[in-house]
Design a protein around this ligand. Structure first.
Ligand SMILES: Nc1ncnc2c1ncn2[C@@H]1O[C@H](COP(=O)(O)OP(=O)(O)O)[C@@H](O)[C@H]1O
Ligand SMILES: [Mg+2]
Length: 270
């Protein structure tokens, strides 16, 4: 088994559906989408935990205006219990926050890997959804965090650099983790239909480069597009959830659409 992949057994559904939110390029909206998607799912009655899996450069706390005294780092070093580090967040969900500027988490050690797996095992029976807000790129920490999830949501913007990096990331997920289905969220969409168009284009290129296993074509599925909306910047600046403070704006509607699609799929799955 590769160091950067979680054992397959951990993917068996026992409790929460685990979703990793990741991207090729940084700053495309992963943390914003994760926090607001969590709020949208919570508003629909789901029990949601968001784990800040951007272990070294966490900023979920900033987006949610939380000033955590206890983080994953304290759990890892046994300065507190897991229980104590699971904090309520605005928006009706829970969070496990990480610290910022922690060089020791820039590389995946067997110790960190085992502790993350253990934490997920313990929390999953108590929630319906666990969202992992990961860092950008294809470092071993990011790839490991993604490998723990049932489903992976790749966030990209329409910018060429973001799309190139999304393509590279998805290719690694398909080849290293043998994923045959990956979800795309096109964030900061400029016009309706842009997500569908871009998803189709990416899918075409990906199909050409991903070795198809028998009967298992690769599928990039559009979870949805989130509009480029000035209210998002407003909310982030004020450290507020868009869904709570500007629930009527375009981007908030888009995010609720993502939650609806996830819930419909969840219902259709075993
Ligand atoms: N749909 C959107 N419309 C407008 N601005 C956005 C949108 N999504 C994200 N942003 C801007 O992008 C910034 C970076 O988002 P963030 O979630 O921190 O990215 P990441 O977690 O991928 O690094 C936000 O602070 C916000 O200003
Ligand atoms: Mg982030």
């Amino acid at each position: 088994m590769s160091m950067t992949t979680a054992p397959a057994a951990s993917k068996a559904r026992a409790g929460a559906r685990t979703l990793a939110v990741t991207s090729g390029k940084g700053g495309v909206g992963k943390t914003f989408v994760t926090a607001n998607l969590a709020a949208a799912l919570a508003a629909r009655g789901e029990r949601v935990l968001v784990l800040d899996a951007d272990l070294g450069l966490a900023n979920l706390d900033v987006v949610l205006n939380l000033h955590p005294k206890l983080t994953l780092h304290d759990v890892f070093t046994e300065r507190c219990t897991l229980e104590q580090a699971i904090l309520p967040a605005p928006g009706g969900f829970h969070v496990l926050l990480a610290g910022s500027g922690m060089v020791e988490y820039s590389r995946l050690t067997p110790d960190v890997r085992d502790k993350l797996l253990h934490i997920l095992e313990v929390v999953r029976p108590r929630f319906d959804y666990v969202l992992l807000d990961t860092g950008a790129g294809i470092s071993d920490v990011v790839l490991f965090a993604v490998s723990m999830a049932h489903d992976v949501l790749v966030v990209a913007t329409p910018e060429p650099t973001s799309l190139t990096d999304a393509y590279a990331t998805i290719k690694v997920l398909a080849t290293q983790q043998e994923r045959r289905e990956v979800y795309l969220i096109l964030n900061q969409a400029n016009r309706p239909g842009e997500g569908k168009l871009i998803c189709g284009q990416l899918q075409q290129v990906l199909q050409r480069f991903i070795e198809p296993s028998p009967g298992q074509a690769f599928k990039l599925e559009l979870l949805g597009e989130v509009k480029n909306d000035p209210m998002v910047r407003q909310a982030v600046l004020k450290r507020q959830l868009l869904l709570e403070h500007y629930p009527g704006c375009d981007a908030a509607q888009s995010i609720r659409g993502l939650a609806t699609k996830l819930l419909e799929q969840g219902a259709a799955r075993p």
